[in-house]
Design a protein around this ligand. Structure first.
Ligand code: ZN
Length: 199
């Protein structure tokens, strides 16, 4: 069991924005990485986790499908060197990230359906077609392998929310309305810098 530290934005931004290298061979080292990713994802509430999020810049990610299905999320699937084969039209939907905890949106554009191929843990190629939230998870994890964060896909920060604990329970507050607080407590950087951030 090896639960690794998940890198956090903005402290670990430099590492999170680094592009990952293609895996040359699915060997023992890669299978150990997959095991660590599984242990780490199991310990969280996430639907996916990419190797760069634990500081390893190899094109390896895990995705869990079925988060909106009746039976709930399924066991994680390993994607090594994932490649998008075809992508449907962009759809607006949910995004959140284990590296950006407490911040969510329903306003990022991601394609659905999505046909992709990848290698599995035995180094064998497989192909899948996914749609809706499952396509979003795959797209989000491939973004991580390219150093892209979901914040980069947001144009309107009125539609990004932070969950705040209140006496009445959890409440979602828009980031824009929290401008002063964000600068101070969340990003520790002027919000204008965050809003205009491009890669
Ligand atoms: Zn993420």
């Amino acid at each position: 069991m090896a639960i690794r530290k998940i890198l956090q934005y903005p402290e670990d931004e430099k590492l999170l924005r680094q592009k990952s290298h293609a895996v040359q061979k699915v060997d023992k080292r890669i299978r150990k990485l997959v095991k660590d990713l599984k242990d780490t994802l199991e310990d969280s509430f996430g639907a996916g986790l990419a190797a760069p999020q634990i500081g390893v810049h190899q094109r390896v990610a895990l995705v869990k499908f079925g988060q909106e299905a009746e039976g709930g999320m399924r066991e994680p699937i390993t994607l090594i060197n994932p490649q998008i084969i075809s992508a449907g039209p962009d759809e607006k939907g949910f995004d959140g990230c284990l590296s950006i905890p407490g911040i969510v949106t329903w306003d990022t554009l991601r394609p659905s359906p999505l046909v992709f191929s990848a290698l599995d843990e035995r180094g064998e190629t497989f192909q899948m077609e996914v749609s809706g939230i499952d396509a979003r998870v795959v797209h989000h994890e491939i973004d991580h392998l390219d150093g892209i964060l979901f914040l980069d896909r947001i144009k309107d920060f009125n539609k990004v929310y932070r969950s705040i604990e209140t006496d009445d329970g959890e409440k979602l507050v828009s980031l824009a309305s929290l401008k002063a607080k964000i600068e101070k407590e969340i990003f520790n950087t002027p919000i204008e810098k965050v809003l205009t951030k491009t890669r």
